[in-house]
Design a protein. Sequence first.
Length: 496
Amino acid sequence: MPSPFEGLLPRYDAVVIGAGLGGMTAANNLAKFGRKVLLLEHHYQLGGLATFFKRAGGHVFDISLHGFPHGMIKSTRRYWTKDISDRIHQLKDVRFINPDFDVRTTFDREDFTRILIEKFRLPAETVEAFFAHLRAMNYYDNDPRTTRELFEQFFPGRPDVQRLLLEPIAYANGSTLDDPAITFGIVFSNFMSKGVFIFQGGTDLMIGLMTAEMKANGVDVRRNVLVEKVHVGKDASGRRRVVGVKLRGTRLGEEAEVACSAVISNANIKDTVLRIGGEESFDPAFVEEARRVRVNTSSCQVYMGVREGETIPHIGDLVFTSEARPFSSHELVDFHTTSRTYSVYYPDTRPHTKTPRYAVVTSVNQKWDDWAGLSAADYAKHKARVIEESFRGLEKFIPDIRSKVDHAEAATPRTVNRYVRHVGGTSFGTKFEGLKVSMGLPEQVGGFYHAGSVGIIMSGWLGTINYGVIVSAKADAYLRDPDAGPIGEAAASAGL
Ligand SMILES: Cc1cc2nc3c(=O)[nH]c(=O)nc-3n(C[C@H](O)[C@H](O)[C@H](O)COP(=O)(O)OP(=O)(O)OC[C@H]3O[C@@H](n4cnc5c(N)ncnc54)[C@H](O)[C@@H]3O)c2cc1C
């Protein structure tokens, strides 16, 4: 087995820790700026949560290819390639089935306006005023109001409307009624601009294209390498600065040290500060702030592969189902929740495959604490339960689904934690306060940056790609002049 350190240079301009979408975008951008970049991923596969896995029977499963906003077309065209951007296409059949309503939609502003007026009998002026309010929302307004308060202002006493608005966003970024309204507002508005989109060709193709692009731009990509520590030194004026990283191969345990002037961490922000950076590298107050950051909820997923040659009917692209009444953010993440979303992958997801293939992935939002402490026997029992519940729910749409599926398996919060190392197996990074800690990192240690899911806003495929762009520009400015002040918040907001 070749060492992951073969041919490693002793020094790079920048080291990127983790090859999620945020890390890969930052690495690629820095390389395009002419920087010598080393990208290190502890897993054997790139993509982080935006990845895939294969199983016998010709099955390929996507972990997080369920839907993202239209903005991905622009971001991938600008910061990746036209080829990647051109493969993004719209999912036109988003479906909601629950005790409050049964709705099919293209999930854009025009269609939602129609549904809210015609089906939910809301006055047109209220709907228009709500969208106008969302459009005017700004991160820098520091508005402390919650999503619950926002909904009460526009749709008082209408849990059915609240469900229509929040349920899909809770699946997209883990936000709840009690999070700041901006976290709902920005992500919901992003989707409402033009609907829900997906990468045609599958995550395997996308990550392959991104890897080729990074390599063409000169990024030195290494897998199976864990970054254990970022070394921090002090310059002549006593300012803390990044000086290098300590690495460990995940297969054979071999160690290496690399010098660098900047580090961008795509690892979870708590892990970045408390473990990889190390408490001794920061002001105690900053460490305390990082410790107080709450991580978002996690997920269970059930991957169902339809046997080669079998077909399933069109039941919608993204089907949000629930038996809960009324809608509640708590029920949505309960261990025994009845809320689950089916992402149905028809043959046009991977049009290049020789025979048409179908798969269904069920997503359930879950809490780490419910899964973390289970014994091996209970863990296996509850995984089996989640698979069974997923089949039972799907049988309402496709009665003979069991006979068509020849592979089914479940992933849990523990799976997320194992593969991407996120604290609490978080699927969507941290709650709102994580953004401040992430942005404050370079003020603590010169050259130390974070690009990854934080603050709910900077999460999801689009959020993390955009954050990678912003942070790579900051790191490049630092490499040009380590003594210049940090880039202003106004400049950073350009990419929000
Ligand atoms: C089940 C599920 C469904 C989702 N569905 C959607 C969706 O439909 N649409 C959407 O937009 N978003 C979705 N998301 C969220 C989205 O996938 C993530 O927000 C996004 O991919 C996170 O990207 P990231 O850049 O923050 O890094 P991550 O993907 O979290 O990657 C971080 C990387 O860093 C690596 N790493 C960590 N520590 C180290 C270390 N010390 N050394 C080396 N490597 C390290 C990890 O292995 C990982 O590869 C979903 C997430 C989940 C879990």
